[in-house]
Design a protein around this ligand. Structure first.
Ligand code: ADP
Ligand code: RBF
Ligand code: MG
Length: 193
C-alpha cells in the first residue's frame, strides 16, 4: 500500500489544464517490470500505459530490494503526483526502441478504485504487440502538470491526448532528444558484440 494518501481533489468540469516544461535535476533513471493494471488504459481511454512494478510490499524493508527496485519505490514515494515527459525502452522486448513518453504518476483520481500510486508511461509509439513482464527502462526528464480529477472521463481523454502532443514536442528539442542516446538504454549492437 502507498504510504501517503491521495489528496482530496475538486473535480474539473472541462479538459483545461496548465502545462509546464520544468526539467528534473537529476533526471531519475528507472528500471522495472511491466505489470498488469485494471486494463482500462487501452479499453476505456484509448491510451495503453505500461504500468511499472512498484514494490510497495517492501516499504518497511527496502534494504531487501535490488538497487533498481529501491530507486523505483523511492521515486514513487517521493515524486509529485502528475504527468511527466521522458524516454522509455522495453529493453528486453521484441521492440527495444527508445521512444518518447508521456507518463502519469499518481492515484488516477478520476477513478475511485486506485488505492496505490502507479507509475504508468504511455509510450508515444505503436507497438506490434503487448510487452507485459518485460523490463522497462525510463529516463524521466521533466514535469508537465499535476494530476487532476475530471468530472467526465471524456475530458481526461482530451487532456491525455494534449499531454501526448505536448510531451512529443518538448522532447524534440536538441538537448532532450540527445537523452535518447544515453548509455542507460540497452543497445542492440552492444548486445551482439
Ligand atoms: P493495464 O491496466 O494492464 O496497464 P493497459 O490498457 O494500460 O492495461 O495496457 C497496457 C499494456 O499495453 C502495456 O503493459 C503494454 O504491454 C501494452 N502497450 C502496447 N502499446 C503500448 C504503448 N504505446 N505504451 C504503453 N503500453 C503499451
Ligand atoms: N488520470 C487521472 O485521474 N487524472 C489525470 O490528470 C491523468 N492524466 C494522465 C495523463 C497521461 C499522459 C496519462 C498517460 C495518464 C493519465 N491519467 C490520469 C491516468 C489514467 O487515469 C490511467 O492511465 C488509466 O486509468 C489507466 O490506468
Ligand atoms: Mg496501464
Amino acid at each position: 500500500m502507498a504510504e501517503e494518501k491521495a489528496e482530496e481533489k475538486v473535480a474539473l468540469q472541462d479538459s483545461k489544464v496548465e502545462r509546464s516544461r520544468r526539467a528534473l535535476e537529476p533526471m531519475p533513471h528507472l528500471r522495472a517490470q511491466v505489470v498488469r493494471g485494471f486494463g482500462r488504459g487501452s479499453k476505456l481511454l484509448g491510451f495503453p500505459t505500461a504500468n511499472m512494478n512498484v514494490r510497495w510490499d517492501f516499504m518497511e524493508t527496502p534494504e531487501k530490494l535490488t538497487p533498481e527496485e529501491r530507486d523505483v519505490l523511492d521515486f514513487a514515494r517521493s515524486c509529485e503526483p502528475g504527468i511527466y515527459y521522458g524516454w522509455a525502452q522495453g529493453s528486453n522486448g521484441a521492440d527495444s526502441g527508445v521512444y518518447k513518453t508521456a507518463m502519469s504518476v499518481g492515484w488516477n483520481p478520476t477513478f475511485p478504485d486506485v488505492k496505490a500510486k502507479t507509475i504508468e508511461p504511455w509510450i508515444l509509439h505503436d507497438y506490434a504487440e503487448d510487452f507485459y513482464d518485460c523490463e522497462l527502462r525510463l529516463i524521466v526528464c521533466g514535469f508537465v502538470r499535476p494530476e487532476a480529477k475530471f468530472a467526465d472521463f471524456k475530458d481526461l481523454i482530451v487532456a491525455i491526448r494534449e499531454d501526448g502532443d505536448f510531451c512529443r514536442e518538448t522532447l524534440e528539442t536538441a538537448e532532450l532528444a540527445a537523452i535518447a542516446k544515453d548509455l542507460f538504454f540497452v543497445s542492440k549492437e552492444a548486445e551482439v558484440a
